[in-house]
Design a protein around this ligand. Structure first.
Ligand SMILES: [Fe+2]
Length: 436
C-alpha cells in the first residue's frame, strides 16, 4: 500500500506542476515576417521544389525556374547520384498585374516502391533532393498544420514538424499569406522547400489563396498554378477539391470557397467519391477543408454554417472519422459530432489553423464551452496523426512553447470501422450516397 502511495504522490505532484505550468503559460505575440535575402541563381536553377502524391505509386515533383527554356524533366533513382529513370512533365506560368512567374514545372514520376527513399534532380541540373514514399499499409503518420504564413512562428512550426517522423503533410488551407504580393509565393516556396521536397505535401486552399480582382483576375490563379494536386487522378474537374488514398486512409480535400450546394460540381463529385470508398482497403476516412464547422472561438463564428448544412450529411453517411479545418488561428478538438451535437457515429473535428501566420492568435472563446468541445487553446503549433491499424490512431497536438514542441493535447481515436456505426449507417449510406 505504502509503496503504491509512494509512487502515486510524485505522480500527483507532477500533475499539479504540469497543470500550473499550463495555467501560467503566457501566450506569445505574433512574430515578424521572415526576411529572405536575395540570392541570385542561374536562370535554369530549380527552385521552390515540392512534391505531392499523384495517384497510386506516383509522385508529382513541382519546381520553378526563371528560365523559360528549362526542360520539365526529373531524373531519379534509389541511390545518390545514380538516376536510373527519367520522367518528362509539363510547365505552366502566369502573370499577375506587373508580376510574371517563372516556369512552374509539374512532372509525375513512377511507379515507385512503397516506403522507399528516392534521390532526384530537377531540370537536369542543380542540387540533388531526396524523398521517402509513404508505406503501403499501417502504421502511417501525418503531420497537420494550417494557416502557415512565413513568420518566425512558421519557422518554429516547420522545425518541429521536421523533427517528427511523418510520412505525409496535410495542410487545411492558407499557405503563403502572399495576399496579392506574388513575390511572397516565391519566398514561401523557398521556406517550405526543405520539408516539402522530402515528404509529400497535400494541401487545400483558404481565403488567403483567393487573390481575385474583379474583372481582372480570377480566384486561385497562383495557387492552382503552383500547388497542383491529384484532382485529375481522383476524377475531379477542379484542383480545388480532390481525394487520394495512402496506406489504409482515404483522404478528401474540399474547397470552402467553391460552390458546395447540392447542385454544385463539388457536391456531386464528393458524393461519387465517397460512394466508391472500399472500407476494406481504406478503413479510415479523413477530410480537410479550410473553414471550421465546429468552432467555439469568437473568430470566424458561423462562417462554415452553409457548407456544413450541405456537406455534413454526406460525411456522416459515409462514416468519416476525422475532419480537419484551419482558418481560426488556434487549436480545438471536438467529440464525435453531427448536426451540432455530440454523436458517437459522427467525425471528430479538429481546428488546426495555428501554423504561425502574421495575423497572430485568436484568443477569445465563447463561454461556456459547448458540450461537444473537448480541448481548445490559442497557441501556435502543429498536429501529428499516427494511424496504427484499421481501428486505432493516436492524435497529438504540439504547442510551440518557447520554440520547444510541447505535446499539449493527445487522444487515442477509434475508427468508425471498429464501432457499431457502420452497420447502422448502411441504410443511410445507400439513401444519401447512392441516389442520383
Ligand atoms: Fe483563413
Amino acid at each position: 500500500m505504502c509503496s503504491k502511495l509512494g509512487s502515486v504522490i510524485p505522480l500527483l505532484l507532477l500533475l499539479a506542476l504540469s497543470v500550473s505550468a499550463t495555467a501560467d503559460y503566457v501566450r506569445p505575440p505574433p512574430r515578424k515576417t521572415l526576411n529572405f535575402p536575395w540570392s541570385p541563381k542561374p536562370s535554369s536553377y530549380p527552385q521552390q521544389v515540392h512534391i505531392s502524391l499523384a495517384g497510386a505509386k506516383h509522385m508529382r515533383i513541382t519546381y520553378v525556374t526563371s528560365s523559360k527554356n528549362s526542360p520539365s524533366i526529373v531524373e531519379y533513382g534509389t541511390s545518390p547520384n545514380n538516376y536510373t529513370s527519367t520522367a518528362q512533365g509539363k510547365h505552366t506560368s502566369y502573370s499577375y498585374l506587373l508580376y510574371a512567374s517563372g516556369n512552374i514545372h509539374h512532372t509525375v514520376i513512377g511507379p515507385l516502391a512503397d516506403n522507399t527513399s528516392y534521390f532526384y534532380r530537377c531540370g537536369g541540373e542543380g542540387p540533388e533532393f531526396q524523398f521517402k514514399t509513404p508505406p503501403s499499409r499501417f502504421p502511417i503518420t501525418f503531420a497537420v498544420a494550417g494557416d502557415l504564413g512565413q513568420t518566425g512562428w512558421t519557422k518554429s512550426t516547420l522545425d518541429h514538424i521536421d523533427q517528427c517522423k511523418y510520412d505525409v503533410h496535410l495542410l487545411p488551407g492558407d499557405l503563403s499569406y502572399a495576399d496579392y504580393m506574388q513575390r511572397r509565393w516565391d519566398t514561401f516556396g523557398e521556406l517550405v522547400q526543405p520539408l516539402a521536397s522530402s515528404r509529400p505535401w497535400m494541401v487545400t486552399q483558404g481565403n488567403h489563396e483567393k487573390e481575385s480582382i474583379p474583372f481582372l483576375k480570377d480566384s486561385f490563379v497562383s495557387y492552382n498554378s503552383r500547388w497542383k494536386m491529384p484532382y485529375e487522378e481522383s476524377l475531379s474537374d477542379s484542383n480545388l477539391y480532390y481525394s487520394f488514398d495512402v496506406a489504409g486512409v482515404h483522404a478528401v480535400m474540399l474547397g470552402s470557397y467553391t460552390d458546395y450546394d447540392e447542385n454544385s460540381d463539388q457536391y456531386r463529385w464528393l458524393k461519387a467519391d465517397l460512394s466508391k470508398v472500399d472500407r476494406a482497403m481504406t478503413p479510415w476516412i479523413i477530410v480537410l477543408f479550410h473553414v471550421p464547422w465546429y468552432n467555439s472561438n469568437e473568430a470566424h463564428q458561423g462562417e462554415g454554417d452553409d457548407m456544413m448544412a450541405s456537406i455534413e450529411p454526406l460525411l456522416y453517411a459515409a462514416g468519416v472519422d476525422i475532419a480537419f479545418a484551419g482558418h481560426v488561428h488556434a487549436y480545438e478538438r471536438t467529440k464525435r459530432v453531427f448536426n451540432g451535437r455530440s454523436n458517437r457515429c459522427g467525425p471528430v473535428h479538429i481546428t488546426i489553423g495555428d501554423g504561425g501566420n502574421r495575423e497572430g492568435l485568436a484568443q477569445k472563446y465563447k463561454k461556456p464551452q459547448p458540450e461537444w468541445s473537448v480541448f481548445r487553446e490559442a497557441s501556435f503549433g502543429h498536429g501529428e496523426l499516427r494511424i496504427v491499424n484499421s481501428t486505432d490512431a493516436f492524435w497529438s497536438w504540439h504547442r510551440n512553447d518557447d520554440d520547444e514542441p510541447v505535446r499539449s493535447d493527445q487522444v487515442w481515436l477509434n475508427s468508425l470501422m471498429g464501432s457499431g456505426c457502420r452497420a447502422e449507417k448502411n441504410h443511410e449510406m445507400r439513401k444519401i450516397l447512392m441516389e442520383p
